[in-house]
Design a binder for this molecule. Structure first.
Ligand code: FAD
Ligand code: EPU
Length: 336
């Protein structure tokens, strides 16, 4: 077990914030994970599980142990003619999981292509894109509580998934370590192409394949989202706000062009990117922080932005969206 001290996390978070952790360990084995969690928890040290670091803003040095989870492996749990249940170790890269499914003809996660990070983190905010969410294919997950190492499996219902939300982002934040995730994927053709950016694919009709959907999603994402290897960012900084029917009718009077989306459960969502753009932030830069010129909801670190400068910039965005639209934006990114 090699514990490093005063370890730089700059290359381990996609925002590229230059902070250090008091202790750091890279873990590839579940037994070792439990041993180290037990030891450092009993010493009273805070523990942070880090996957790809793609949904995190470090606001300070981390005063505790950062565990970089790198456990790998895929097991087939069961299969029949219609579906397959697969169990993935938490450290598997999410996009490798998507690629594996696409190559093997398993349907259900192709719309979620190119989302950075690990599968172990995917349930935390119930990752979603282009009309699909993790919960649509989620079977269950396994893990243990940090305080007593007690193991537990969570079923779909127990995870309490919502839009960019789950029990792990709320009550169990930093209390439970997800060690593996089971997905139930379809072996029968089954595409979700209702999202506006995928409309072109409908034209292919019978000729549509998993590879074509994946390639299209990758192309759309590359045209809008900055590559975190080139420009520091953590994806959408805020969630898209959900509003009531009454709020919508009031807002439309003042803003006839307001775009909005109704989800199948009847909720109304506004695109935060539009609200931010209307307040004049799109492409705006202060020092090394900016709102991305192609997608206002993405906050960029041009190189040497500090977390303090990002917090100041994003607070200014929040303030102007409240004063123009009366809507409070909620951060999507996890702060530490
Ligand atoms: P990290 O950032 O490492 O961790 C995030 C949180 O999960 C932390 O609180 C961490 O402690 C916790 N955590 C991580 N692993 C575990 C574990 N095994 N057990 C317990 N807790 C854990 N998200 C979307 O939903 N849809 C998108 O389309 C999308 N696009 C993105 C595009 C870009 C360019 C970027 C940079 C990010 C995007 N994201 C998107 C956000 C991000 O990729 C996802 O939230 C992803 O699931 C984070 O995975 P990670 O491994 O990087 O998690
Ligand atoms: N828009 C603008 N200006 C902008 C950006 C967006 O007007 O600068 C408006 C447009 O009307 C556009 C609409 O917002 O039609 C939606 O934009 P987009 O399709 O780019 O998606 P989004 O709502 O901004 C969400 C997710 C993304 C996910 C995409 C695709 C959230 C917070 N974000 O973004 O997830 O990839 O949809 O499904 O729900 C993430 O969570 O990190 C993330 C990147």
């Amino acid at each position: 077990m090699t514990i490093k001290e005063n370890y730089s996390l700059k290359e381990l978070n996609t925002f590229k914030i230059d902070v250090k952790s008091k202790y750091f360990i890279e873990i590839e084995d579940e037994t070792e994970l439990k041993e180290v969690a037990k030891e450092y928890n009993s010493k009273g040290e805070k523990i942070l599980i880090l996957g790809g670091g793609s949904n995190i803003l470090f606001t300070n040095d981390f005063d505790g142990l950062v565990i970089h989870l790198n456990t790998k492996g895929i097991d087939i749990v069961s299969k029949n003619d219609k579906e397959i249940i697969l169990d993935f170790q938490a450290g598997e890269s999410w996009d490798d999981v998507v690629l594996y499914a696409v190559k093997n003809g398993y349907y259900g996660i192709e719309n979620l292509s190119l989302i950075p990070g690990t599968i172990g983190a995917a349930p935390i905010q119930n990752i979603g894109a282009y009309g699909a969410e993790l919960k649509d294919v989620f079977h269950s997950l396994d893990g243990f509580f940090i305080n007593d190492l007690k193991e537990k499996s969570f079923s779909l219902d127990e995870c309490e998934f919502g839009y960019r939300d789950s029990i792990f982002k709320r009550e169990l934040k930093d209390k439970f370590i997800i060690t593996s995730v089971k997905l139930k994927l379809s072996k029968e053709k089954n595409f979700k192409l209702n999202y506006r950016d995928l409309a072109d694919l409908n034209k292919l009709r019978k000729n549509i394949t998993l590879e074509k959907v994946r390639n299209h999603v990758v192309k759309v994402r590359e045209s809008k989202l900055p590559n975190p290897k080139v420009l520091g960012n953590a994806g959408s900084f805020f969630k898209n706000p959900e509003i009531t029917k009454q709020q919508l009718s009031d807002l439309i009077v003042q803003n006839p062009a307001l775009p909005y989306f109704k989800s199948p459960d009847g909720k109304i969502k506004l695109p935060a990117g539009w609200l931010i753009e209307q307040c004049g932030w799109k492409g705006k830069r202060e020092g090394d922080v900016a709102s991305y010129h192609r997608q206002a909801l993405i906050i960029i670190n041009y190189g040497n932005a500090t977390s303090q400068s990002i917090l100041k910039f994003t607070q200014e965005i929040k303030d102007s969206v409240i004063s123009k639209f009366g809507i409070e934006l909620e951060q999507e990114v996890n702060f530490y």
